[in-house]
Design a protein around this ligand. Structure first.
Ligand code: SF4
Length: 219
């Protein structure tokens, strides 16, 4: 049987900057290559498959073990763009490591093991990629999974509210995250809208950028 590999842009130990797990120490595996081209992409350097090198699953699991933390996030790029991502998740889970996968939501989540915490970045209009949202994915989410909306302006905010309503997202998970796009929307403005409308969502700030500055990408 051939050795399973993934194309990896980078691995690093950091603080989880987003999601309900923000603040936890986390080992990141950033896979190379993405099927989308978002206007606000802050990991442009990982969008091309050519930006990565092949690594075996065994090597990546060993790196995660050496990092000595119990949380691993697989991100990108787009993790589901690679056929061996599910096998990597299984191998990490077998080590008793918690696994999160951050995905752009345009590809089927059904192949991922149920124990993986899935963070679905539902694309808003400002990304220019909202037509690629695979809304069927919402049907398989559990209450441990998370749905993130990156919000650049009021149109994005209204879009997020409409998607929440149409797909009854609050009934699927308590983890709906509204994230103001860094440098594009003042968090105070988004907070004001949320206080006026009271959506069942939480405001999320990218704490890695608050700690290390706007160029730091840790998810
Ligand atoms: S899905 Fe993520 S990595 Fe891909 S272009 Fe959009 S923001 Fe960038």
């Amino acid at each position: 049987m051939p050795v399973k590999q993934l194309i990896v842009n980078e691995t690093f130990l950091s603080i989880q900057g987003e999601s309900t797990q923000a603040g936890r120490l986390c080992f990141f595996i950033r896979l190379a290559g993405c099927n989308l081209n978002c206007g606000y992409c802050d990991t442009d350097y990982a969008r091309d498959t050519e930006s990565g090198t092949a690594m075996t699953i065994a090597h990546l699991v060993s790196q995660a073990r050496l990092a000595k933390v119990r949380l691993v996030e697989i991100t990108g790029g787009e993790p589901l763009n690679q056929v061996n991502t599910a096998a990597l998740c299984e191998a990490l889970l077998d080590e008793d490591i918690e696994v999160m996968v951050e995905t752009n939501g345009s590809l089927p989540l059904s192949l991922l093991p149920p124990a993986v915490r899935k963070i679905v970045d539902c694309k808003t209009p400002s990304s220019g990629m909202d037509e690629y949202n695979l809304y069927d994915n919402f049907h398989i989410l559990s209450n441990r999974d998370e749905i993130k909306f990156v919000i650049c302006d009021y149109a994005d905010y209204e879009f997020a509210l409409a998607v929440m309503e149409r797909y009854q997202l609050a009934g699927k998970t308590p983890n709906i995250l509204f994230s103001p796009a860094w440098g594009k929307l003042d968090p105070k403005t988004l907070a004001g809208w949320m206080l006026a409308d009271l959506p069942p969502a939480r405001l999320q700030l990218q704490i890695h950028k608050l700690i290390w500055g706007p160029d730091k990408c840790s998810v």
